[in-house]
Write a protein that binds this ligand. Structure first.
Ligand SMILES: C[S@@+](CC[C@H](N)C(=O)[O-])C[C@H]1O[C@@H](n2cnc3c(N)ncnc32)[C@H](O)[C@@H]1O
Ligand code: SF4
Length: 341
């Protein structure tokens, strides 16, 4: 019998409105589109490979925008595949403006145990610049609503290096986030993406982004968060198992438009794109993604590579038999990864 897949990603391609920086695959869907979409996911789950899920991540887009009745159907289709030990990590991404107590209670009953809230900033002026559909107070209210519904594992997404953002605004956002005491924080420096409203209109101040990143690391580690991946911080034991599996190059099934699946040496998207991987490509990916984790990668992955220039430039270092990014390497992580490709 084929070995069951342990990691599932479901992409929900709907958002109430497009944020001005975002290139993720999403659009404002009608109720009819959402109904068709949920039906197609249900069919794919029923027809797909065997699943015994250690992790499931419903991302987007804005999964929380689906109406409660659609969620009910989706959860009914997913539940047979959850791990029998009830230990699956089950995450849903939420936009604060699209969550209510009824949905939260439904998720809670269905075994969802991790929610990720797109907050981005606690500054209303910044939220307006980004084109977000909620203000800071709504984000905090939604956080409390989810806590009250019983969720003990919450992530906040934050962004920094935003147009016009000052250090003190960024510090204030971090202070406010820490006051809420989420179990996990993902913090991304703004990147400019083609086909977004920011493209061609916004320029980045890379020096300020780096100083903001240093501030982020200092405040979060001081507050007891474990900095375990370039953009990710967790209270000990609350690291995101789904993302770790992905960065470690484990097999996963992706459902929904634009979602990628990788099983063994086969990679494909729902649209029909297919790529044949080799062991060497997989190894390079394990190096590139693995180095994003602060714990680094085992020496054997790079044993036939000359990395002396990276060591000499202070971008990587040995820690026992693991190769890790240095503090400086965190700034140039993409350049370091490109060296291995
Ligand atoms: C799918 S969204 C999260 C859930 C929900 N759609 C929302 O935005 O509230 C994924 C996250 O990626 C980050 N992100 C998206 N575009 C980005 C960009 N251009 N630069 C940096 N971070 C970005 C944001 O922090 C966002 O919360
Ligand atoms: S950031 Fe989230 S809510 Fe905004 S457009 Fe992207 S996926 Fe949608």
């Amino acid at each position: 019998m084929k070995r069951a897949i342990e990691h599932l990603y479901i992409h929900v391609p709907f958002c109430a409105a497009k944020c001005r920086y975002c290139a993720f695959h999403s659009h404002p869907g009608t109720e009819a589109e959402m109904t068709d979409y949920v039906e197609s996911i249900r069919r794919d789950l029923a027809a797909g490979p065997p699943l015994q899920l250690q992790t499931i991540f419903v991302g987007g887009g804005t999964p929380s925008i689906l109406p409660t009745a659609r969620w009910q159907q989706l959860l009914t289709s997913i539940s047979p595949f959850l791990h029998p030990s009830n230990s699956s990590e089950f995450t849903i991404e939420c936009n604060p403006a699209t969550v209510d107590a009824e949905k939260a209670a439904l998720w809670q009953r269905a075994g969802v145990n991790r929610l990720s809230l797109g907050v981005q900033s606690f500054d209303d002026d910044m939220l307006a610049v980004l084109g977000r559909i909620h203000n800071a107070a709504q984000a905090a209210d939604t956080f409390h609503l989810l806590r009250d519904a019983g969720f003990a594992n919450l992530n906040l997404d934050l962004m920094f290096g935003l147009p016009g953002q000052t250090m003190s605004q960024w510090r204030a956002t971090l202070d406010r986030a820490l006051t809420l005491a989420p179990e996990h924080i993902s913090a991304y420096s703004l990147t400019l993406e083609e086909e977004t409203a920011f493209w061609g209109r916004v320029t980045l101040d890379e020096e300020l982004q780096w100083v903001m990143y240093e501030q982020l690391m200092e405040m979060l580690t001081t507050a007891g968060y474990h900095h375990y991946e370039i953009s990710n911080f967790a209270k000990p034991g609350r690291e995101c198992v789904h993302n770790l599996a992905y960065w470690q190059g484990k097999d996963y099934l992706g459902l929904g438009p634009s979602a990628v699946s990788t099983i063994g040496l086969r990679r494909w998207t729902e649209g029909g794109d297919e790529e044949q991987l080799t062991e060497e490509i997989k190894r390079i990916e394990r190096i590139a993604f693995g180095l994003r984790m602060l714990d680094g990668i085992p020496a054997e992955l790079v044993k036939d590579r000359d990395i002396s220039h990276l060591l000499a430039d202070g971008l990587v270092r040995w820690s026992g038999d693991r190769l890790q990014l240095t503090h400086r390497g965190l700034r140039y992580a993409d350049t370091v990864a490109a060296e291995f490709v």
